[in-house]
Design a protein. Structure first.
Length: 207
């Protein structure tokens, strides 16, 4: 059929055929196959590791959140939202998935040292503890600024404040924290940690 066509035209027809074949294979069939396997074997991860409450998606276990009080003036962009004492607080950070990354400030940077001192004093006053008892992760952001995890030490430090703010038994809140302590990956990688988003989700069900 195409034998009488010039070689240039035949080459273009062959290229078009290959384009259509690989579009179907790699643009349709392969994505559908991968999506099917992911939904069948890893549905939670494939759907963003979402956390639901009352049938509504309230977050993801992979991305941290700020748990703050409503602003006194929502229209004031300069007003800083204050932490809500009824919730376990995450590490410092904006937790905006569109803006990630660290400050890249070194430990000898004067601005960073000043900021850490101010954060330590604020956390100590907020949680009712001595400044020297404030864990490092309470005053330093994660590398991505999105990490939902804090150290078990920081979670334990907040128990009394959360229990008092919610009129709950401190022992029950402390047990909730211990139940949410995640061990090292594969038993030896990283450090023990607590997912604040999941912990606060469980806190809403504690009576």
């Amino acid at each position: 059929m195409f034998g009488s066509l010039p070689s240039v035209v035949r080459n273009h027809v062959a290229a078009l055929r290959m384009l259509l074949v690989f579009t179907v294979l790699l643009g349709i069939a392969y994505p559908l196959a991968v999506t099917g396997v992911a939904q069948a074997a890893f549905s939670d991860q494939a759907n963003g590791s979402t956390i639901t409450q009352d049938g509504k998606t309230v977050g993801s276990s992979l991305i941290g959140q700020n748990f703050t009080l409503p602003k006194k003036n929502p229209d004031d962009a300069e007003e800083v939202a204050q932490p809500d004492p009824k919730w376990f607080q995450p590490r410092p950070g904006g937790y905006d998935p569109l803006v990630t990354g660290a400050s890249n400030l070194g430990p000898n940077d004067e601005d960073l040292v000043k900021t850490i001192k101010e954060r330590r004093a604020a956390v100590a006053e907020f949680d009712g503890v001595a400044p020297e008892d404030v864990p490092v992760d309470a005053v330093t952001a994660s590398g991505s600024g999105l990490d939902p995890h804090i150290s078990p030490e920081y979670a334990r430090e907040q128990v009394e404040r959360v229990a008092q703010a919610r009129s709950l038994d401190a022992a029950a809140v402390r047990k909730l924290v211990e139940d949410h302590v995640q061990g090292r990956v594969l038993g030896f990688l990283g450090a023990e940690r607590v997912n604040v988003v999941e912990l606060n989700r469980a806190l809403t069900e504690l009576k």
